[in-house]
Every structure is written in C-alpha cells, then in structure tokens.
Design a protein. Structure first.
Length: 276
C-alpha cells in the first residue's frame, strides 16, 4: 500500500484506513461481531494502519479496543494508528469523554484526537494542545461531513494550527475541492477523507453496472476501488477511511491503495460518465 507523509511531521501514513461508523457498533456474540476480526486482519495484511472511531458511533470504540486486544489482532496492535473524536460541550465534559475513549480503545496514547463536527472546538483544542505537549496525543484535528459547514471549517483552518482535517469528499460530492483541500495543503494539514463512497448511494448505483475498460488500466477490479482511486488522486488527500464490517470488503478497499493514481485530466474525461 502507498503511504503519504503527514505534513506536520513527515511520518508516513498508509493511504487506506478503516472507518467504524455503524459497522463496528456490534455486540459480542452476534454474527456481525464475529466477522469484525477479519476486517482488522485484512486491513493490517494490506499494510493499512488507521482505524477511525468516535464516541457517537455507539460501541464502536469499545469494539475496536476489544478486537485489538484479542489474540487474532494482538500482534498487530502496535501497528494501529488510532483516531477518535471528542463530541460534547464544555471542558470537563470533553475531558471525561476523551478519557472514556482512551479506556474503551485500551490505549495510553492516542495517535489522533479530533474535534467532531467542530462542537465546542475552541475549548477542546485548548485541552488537546496541552495533552499533545504531555505526549498523551500525537496529533490533533477537526472533522466535519457536510458541505453546509465548510465556511466554519475554512475559518478554523485559517485560524488554528492543526495536524489533521477530516472531511467528506467523493466523486459525487466534490465541494471540498474548491477551497478546503487547497487550503489544507497550503496550511500543511493532513486530510482524512470520510464518506469516499458518497454515503454509499453512488456505490450502490454502480454495483450492477459493468466496469469500464479503463478500470483495469488504473489497477481496479471493483467499483469501490475506482471510487477510492478518485479520492486518492487528489494531492491534498493523505488517507481515506471507507467503513465496512466485512473482511472481504476491507481487502477490496485496501487494494485501491496500491499502484498509481490517475491525474486530474483523466478524471475530467471519465468522471461525468461514471456519475450518470
């Protein structure tokens, strides 16, 4: 799998990670839970490391911590790049929620802590800067998932020194190209792309259609890989985190991180045909 440097440190980060929204909100003993070790096995086997969660994702943090501590994944636990979020208002409430995330994910140091959807971001960034100085978190950032918030996201990016921005971007939701992705590159901020399949609607529409002849030319054997290759073709994007609860889907997604990525001219020629 390709890696890209985190601008603030030049640390290499694999370009495909795993999102845990919905898929990891499962109870032990369920059929769905039993499938999840295969997701992490596939992620690590392909060279991926980033696992992204949030306290708003049900028990996804807890599930992730359990799976990483289990025998099937324990040898890989040190390789995981753990990212989660704070999603509440007030300093003390934020600290309590983040401490709970440390406990649920079974880690003493978080690789990345993000202010989820900019909720009380000034308060939480102040706390996180102190924790970063203490070594409790390695990187800090902000997140959002809707274009209606891009104005505020842009303002925070301009005003604050951040390591990461997590934002939605996909073939059928390209608004981030206009200002946010160029600004992140200018400010030296790594970009994690959430919702690379546009929330899943685009992928569902494409699944029954045959792949175009050029898919093989860019190293793709599935529509999911085509859509991920599009996201990773933007030079400002550091990593993307498609969510899944199936190991075979994780393996398929991860394959998009290998090989080369088409340039903007290629997508100008082909993207319109894909969306129709």
């Amino acid at each position: 799998m390709n890696t890209r440097p985190i601008p603030s440190t030049k640390e290499a980060l694999p370009v495909i990670g795993c999102g845990t929204w919905i898929g990891f909100d499962q109870r032990p003993g369920s059929e769905e839970y039993a499938r999840l070790p295969g997701v992490l096995d596939a992620l690590f086997a392909a060279g991926g490391t980033l696992i992204d969660s949030s306290p708003m994702y049900g028990r996804s943090e807890e599930t992730t911590g359990e799976l990483l501590a289990a025998s099937t994944a324990s040898k890989q636990q040190a390789k995981a790049f753990l990212a989660t979020k704070v999603w509440t208002s007030g300093r003390e409430a934020g600290i309590a929620q983040m401490e709970q995330s440390f406990s649920r994910l079974r880690t003493r140091r978080m690789d990345l802590m993000q202010v989820h959807n900019l909720v009380d971001w000034r308060t939480h960034l102040a706390t996180l800067r102190g924790w970063k100085d203490q070594g409790r978190v390695r990187y800090i950032g902000i997140t959002h998932y809707t274009a209606s918030a891009y104005g505020e996201v842009e303002a925070v990016l301009k005003a604050e020194k951040l390591d990461f921005l997590q934002i939605n971007y996909s073939l059928d939701a390209r608004e981030a190209e206009q200002r946010l992705l160029p600004l992140a590159a200018e400010r030296g901020v790594a970009v994690i792309v959430n919702m690379p399949f546009g929330g899943g609607g685009l992928l569902r529409r494409l699944r029954d259609k045959p792949l175009p002849p050029w898919a093989a030319e860019i190293g793709c054997t599935s529509w999911a890989q085509v859509l991920l290759k599009f996201v990773l073709s933007h030079p400002a994007v550091t990593c993307t985190i498609p969510g899944t609860s199936r190991g075979e889907h994780m393996a398929d997604n991860a394959a998009a991180g290998a090989g080369s990525f088409p340039d903007a001219a290629f997508w100008r020629r082909e993207a319109a045909a894909i969306r129709t």
